[in-house]
Ligand binder design. Sequence first.
Ligand SMILES: Nc1ncnc2c1ncn2[C@@H]1O[C@H](COP(=O)(O)OP(=O)(O)O)[C@@H](O)[C@H]1O
Ligand SMILES: [Mg+2]
Length: 254
Amino acid sequence: MDNSDLANIGSDLDNENMTINNDNGHNDAALSRPVIQLEHLFKEYKLGKQRISVIDDVNLNILEGEFVAIVGASGSGKSTLLHLLGGLDKPSQGRVIIDGQDINKLSDSRLSKFRNQAIGFIFQSFYLQPFLTLRQNIEVASMPARINKKERRQKIDDLAKQVDLYDRLKHRPRELSGGQIQRAAIIRALLNNPKIILADEPTGNLDSKNSQDVISLFKDICSQYKTTVIIATHDQEIASQADHIITIKDGKIS
Ligand SMILES: Nc1ncnc2c1ncn2[C@@H]1O[C@H](COP(=O)(O)OP(=O)(O)O)[C@@H](O)[C@H]1O
Ligand SMILES: [Mg+2]
């Protein structure tokens, strides 16, 4: 995996006056730069006349290359926080700043372009297309990236080998286990070399060996490419391997 497409993303967005830093982490000073800043973030849902406060004045800095675990009980707001971080949902108040840009100030089309280029999502609700093979499913997701076919094939092969899926690339999703589909979603999210990976319970369907392989892969990506990986998990053993554990309870983080 190289970072040439990250550089392309950077220059492309720069052209539109939206800066993505594409320092590949060769400079150690980059390690301490916040890639994501949450400022006075609130999220409420309305249920009839009732308001439910899920995120309640959260302030947070997440650094480049950090591996972050968001932990909390079911219903505590982990998925809500990931959606806000990825610009899939809008806060009720406050700011989500990625590389200096308040993402909620972008138009919908700019935000969607930004998401495609800068963020890799590993969410259980993003299903694979049933009629495509695994390889085709992974390729489809990489279409917006400026990466040539040969390079993409090679990258899919390399990543599939790393997560033990290489011999399944010609299969269709119905021929695969939940864990294999999960790992395919991870390859798909990694293919564009995003600066940020957001993963909602990425080891939820996996046995302990596969869970550990996935976590090891995330750790490698963080240290090798200075990718920031943020996962939601209720698994303490998984969370304990993160650089930074964020616990969410009653809308507050600690
Ligand atoms: N779209 C929505 N409308 C109303 N309530 C929601 C919505 N999404 C989530 N919630 C509520 O917000 C709270 C946090 O949900 P969620 O972020 O999914 O928690 P977690 O991922 O930690 O299990 C829950 O009480 C949930 O019912
Ligand atoms: Mg959730």
